[in-house]
Ligand binder design. Sequence first.
Ligand code: SAM
Length: 463
Amino acid sequence: MLRDVDESDSYANLVLPPLLRDRGISGRDAAFATELAYGTLRLRGRYDAIIEICAARTLDKIEAPVLDLLRLGAHQLLGMRVPAHAAVSETVGLARERTGVGSGQFVNAVLRSVGRESLETWLERIGEVADPAGTDVVARLAVTESHPAWVARAMREALVGNGRSAEELGDLLRADNLAPQVTLVARPGLIRTGDLVEETRGAGTRGHWTPTAVVLSGGDPGVIPAVRDCRAGVQDEASQLVALALTVAPLLGESDSRWLDLCAGPGGKAALLGAVAHERGARLVANEVTPHRVRLVEHALAALPRDTIEEIRTGDGRIVGQDEPGSYDRVLVDAPCTGLGALRRRPEARWRRTPSDLAQLGTLQRELLTSALTAVRPGGVVAYVTCSPHLAETQLVIKDVLRKRADVEVIDARPAVRRIAGQNIPLGDRPDIQLWPHVHGTDAMHLTLLRRALEGTAVDEAV
Ligand SMILES: C[S@@+](CC[C@H](N)C(=O)[O-])C[C@H]1O[C@@H](n2cnc3c(N)ncnc32)[C@H](O)[C@@H]1O
């Protein structure tokens, strides 16, 4: 799996499950293999810094397959409770088999050196290398908590930009390194949350923030009958919360019958919106640009009554506004983004993203939001959502788009979110919402609610 992720740009969470099935690895062994694989990927930056010291050479002097073996061994020694002799001998054996006898000796020497110090000592040492003057806490945390430096800096800016303390950065980065629990959504009207808990046979408990969430302590969600037939699905609680918040956001004017999900693939939020739409007598249009993701949307919506789903369509969301101006009461723009808010879920993602992704995505995000604001009727609401807290994908997009739209205001999303999540959910002083793994235990999802003014009324200067 590590070689596949490195050589073919594969996604770990797509490669690993079929590999485990093919090899007949299940239960505790599957959990062990998953931690071995995902942990090695997540903590790669930390282990690379340690390996560089132990190998006394820069990483570009180590062949890629050998480096992967060293990371795998380092994770067993420092990140898992594998006895040192087993971690070293298994990894050396693998090296001999895969990369030759010579590399076996090298792997043996490096891993013995890794195993000589505790994790705490190594964190001190690599922190000092990254920050010799003791003045750059972000550079230090980036290496010790295994994030690219630009991501660590962006996270710090996002914390501060949302009114939180920069001192939380370590907690945030550490939360990205923990394997998240799987959360299910009980789609309203299709299954009751209590019944979904029962279907999990003791593995599920109710979630923290949404009445629809069930958190699993373990096991394969794919074997739960309600998940198999799409009455329930796997969905982080942040995703559930932002979708449900849109359904209770205050509109101006009477009609509330047509909802649009502009970027619907693979369909998790569309399925939740569709379920609520059914209960409220509204209809949903789900739009997605990529054909194979449209098929995933069709699957996700399979259990919903047909008359609730007006259309599942393949199309470019950027032109929906001009094609259907003023046509919808509620619109979700779950914009394509860097996914920096879901790093705990996608173990390799942090190493793949680059700052240049932001520019490309930023243009698309602005165009999609502008289209949505034209597609919504006067008095209707648009939810702009990203699975990233990066300010360039959240606050800056809103600011830029609003500069050109005198007919749109940001409305306070906090009452809508509190109506779903209860009064105790920690929210900041801003009208938009930023959720955090280290605060809410969810992905770092962003939500801004925007409302178009009724015709003939002006809006106050927004944000
Ligand atoms: C963050 S994902 C949406 C996730 C989805 N809301 C869910 O909960 O399952 C963004 C989606 O936008 C789609 N997308 C990208 N460009 C688009 C465009 N121009 N028009 C419509 N959808 C687009 C991507 O293919 C991707 O499926």
